[in-house]
Structure formats: structure tokens, C-alpha cells
Design a protein around this ligand. Structure first.
Ligand code: C5P
Length: 292
């Protein structure tokens, strides 16, 4: 079974309070983009779960999110079969693009068919939340969704079904650890407690602008993890500035970074901006991507 596993960006990400369980409540606006890995699922005659992937940054052991998905479904649904999972990686790792989460969701959805489990989307989404905060979004099969809680409470934005955005996506050669950014966010918050914090804009403003077709526009993208990651990795801030000075209508970091994406009005405009950027630092990977 061959599956496409798309990446995401966060058009809006407001991290709120730290919870007792260590996670943070947040509000986010996910967009699925047409940068994808391929996942190949093969039945095995023994009862092992194996992972193969040529990208050295992807773990091949039980810490791999695809492995966790397969093991969880096997336990919950009393399946005895083994499984071979091959991952063909195109989504940069440690970049805030949700690659691992998307792969995990693809395995859940794929195995529901391959193993004829008959699980509802709701059930699959509840299993997805056990694997990771971003996994339920990918199970929902929607281009845009608002998420709350720790990211697992998804509301598909059906009104945006026909909206298609063009982006220039820039990924520096920096592998960002999500927990370390959340930790730094906590520290920063403690440091600044007595100072006035900047107001968090409302996610509905961004969503309504999209619905009305007012996108691209500036000031609608938001991510309050961005200053935290930039403090640790100034290159992320340089990319954002370069995107804006090269003609992007707006630009923001995705998730906890390190990827930054800009908004363009068309594929041609995105390509022009990408061409201007390609002349810069040698370790950046740049892509023109759109909503899917
Ligand atoms: O859920 P996931 O495994 O993707 O989360 C990775 C890490 O990111 C968590 O262990 C936690 O440190 C941080 N996180 C968080 N609050 C969220 C999502 C992630 O603190 N809502």
C-alpha cells in the first residue's frame, strides 16, 4: 500500500499556558501543503514491525512515530500480523513541518484499510492524539483546520475548502527540538512576567481574512514561538527578513521552527521570490509549495 504523507505549516500559532501534564494549551491554524513523503506499507510473514528510511535523521527504532502508530493499532485491535514500513523522506526533519506526525497519521489511516479494522475517523483521531499533538490534524484529511487543546482538538474549516495559497518555504540546516523551544518559551515567560506582554491577535481574524480572500496580506500570520526560536537560532530571523525584503507579502516561522514560509499571490510570484533567495546562504533549502 502506497500513501502520500503531506506536510503542514501553521498560519497562526498562539501558545498559551503550560499545563500540569507539561504540554501547553494553544490555538493554531493548520494548513496542509503539497510537500510530501511517501509511505509504503507491506505485510510481513513474521510478527515484526520494521522501518526503513534512507534519511539518517529518521529513527528506525520504537521511537519512530510510524512504529508507534502500527504498534498502537496492533495492540488496540488485537492484530497478530507484522508490518514493513518504508519512508521516502522529502519533508525536512526538525523543521516544524509536521513530517513525523503526518507519517504517523498515514500509517493509522493506511492500516485501517490494510488490516480491515473499520475504525471511525473519530476513533482514529483519538489514537492519533496518543501518538503526538499534531497527528490528529493529518487524520482529518482537510486543507485547513483550527486546533486547540494541546493541538489535538481539531475543527476542519470547511468554508476554506476552495482557498489555495502559494508559499515560498525556506528550511535552514538547523534541526530544532520542539521540547527545547517550549522549555525556552516557559523561561522567557517567567523572565518577562512583570512586563507588559504584547497582545495575541485573534485566530478568527486570520481565518476570516482567508475566507474573504483577503489573503495574501500582511500582519495576518502569527507565531509566538518565533521570537523564542530566533533568540536561539538567529538565522531563522534572517530568513524571515530575507523573505520579506525579497517580496513576500508576509512571512512567519512554522511550528517551533526552523522552517519559515512566505506568502505569495501566485506560483510565478513565489518562484521569483525563491530565485532571489537562492543566491543567499548555501545551507538553505527552498521550495515553492501550495495548499493541498
Ligand atoms: O505531542 P508532541 O510529541 O508533538 O510534542 C512534543 C513536545 O513538544 C512535548 O513533549 C512538549 O514538550 C512540547 N509540546 C507542548 N505543548 C504542546 C505540544 C507540544 O509543550 N501543545
Amino acid at each position: 500500500m502506497i500513501l502520500h504523507s503531506y506536510a503542514k505549516v501553521n498560519l497562526y500559532l498562539a501558545v498559551l499556558a503550560r499545563r500540569k501534564d507539561g504540554f501547553h494549551n494553544l490555538t493554531t491554524l493548520f494548513e496542509r501543503i503539497n510537500l510530501a513523503d511517501t509511505i509504503i506499507l507491506k505485510r510481513r510473514t513474521d510478527n515484526r514491525i520494521t522501518i526503513t528510511c534512507r534519511n539518517k535523521a529518521v529513527p528506525l527504532d520504537a521511537s519512530n512515530l510510524c512504529y508507534k502508530s502500527a504498534r498502537l493499532l496492533r495492540e488496540k485491535c488485537h492484530v497478530k500480523e507484522g508490518l514493513g514500513i518504508e519512508i521516502i523522506k522529502r519533508i525536512p526533519v526538525g523543521a516544524g513541518l509536521g513530517g513525523g506526525s503526518s507519517n504517523a497519521a498515514a500509517v493509522l489511516v493506511g492500516l485501517n484499510t490494510l488490516w480491515e479494522l473499520g475504525l471511525t475517523k473519530k476513533k482514529l483521531a483519538s489514537f492519533a492524539a496518543m501518538i503526538g499533538s499534531d497527528v490528529p490534524f493529518f487524520v482529518h484529511d482537510t486543507p485547513f483546520a483550527k486546533a486547540e487543546g494541546r493541538g489535538e482538538k481539531i475543527r476542519a474549516l470547511g468554508a476554506l475548502d476552495r482557498v489555495r495559497l502559494w508559499h515560498i518555504l525556506v528550511v535552514p540546516g538547523i534541526h530544532v527540538s520542539t521540547p527545547s523551544i517550549y522549555k525556552a518559551w516557559d523561561m522567557r515567560k517567567i523572565r518577562r512576567k512583570r512586563r507588559l506582554t504584547t497582545a495575541v491577535p485573534d485566530v478568527t481574524i486570520t481565518a476570516s481574512a482567508l475566507r474573504r480572500g483577503d489573503f495574501p496580506g500582511s500582519g495576518l500570520l502569527f507565531n509566538n514561538l518565533e521570537p523564542v526560536t530566533i533568540e536561539l537560532y538567529p538565522e531563522v530571523g534572517i530568513i524571515k527578513e530575507k523573505l520579506l525584503s525579497s517580496g513576500a507579502q508576509d512571512a512567519v516561522m512554522s511550528g517551533s521552527g526552523s522552517a519559515v514560509f512566505g506568502i505569495a499571490g501566485s506560483r510565478q510570484e513565489a518562484s521569483r521570490i525563491k530565485a532571489r533567495l537562492s543566491d543567499e546562504g548555501g545551507s538553505w533549502r527552498t521550495f515553492v509549495v501550495r495548499t493541498i
